[in-house]
Design a protein around this ligand. Structure first.
Ligand SMILES: [Zn+2]
Length: 78
């Protein structure tokens, strides 16, 4: 039986991914539109925006990786 915190983290992750998927659908046909997706880190209470283009978001989904606000900011600073 998983620990309650594990279940909560998994539920949070699924909710954030679902929300991000919905927002991505709003930009269908606009691959270069930038959108504030939810950071998908496992810190409860983190609702930092991860500013990504649809193409960047799709790339993350194809790779099977989560998106993170901080990583996005660091990547853009390079
Ligand atoms: Zn976060």
């Amino acid at each position: 039986m998983p620990a309650p915190d594990t279940t909560r983290v998994q539920l949070r992750s699924e909710l954030l991914r679902g929300s991000n998927h919905f927002m991505r659908e709003l930009l269908e046909g606009n691959a270069h539109g930038v959108m504030p997706f939810f950071c998908e880190c496992d810190h409860a209470g983190c609702f930092a925006p991860a500013w990504l283009t649809v193409a960047e978001y799709d790339h993350a989904r194809v790779q099977g990786t989560s998106i993170f606000a901080r990583a996005d900011a660091l990547a853009r600073a390079l």
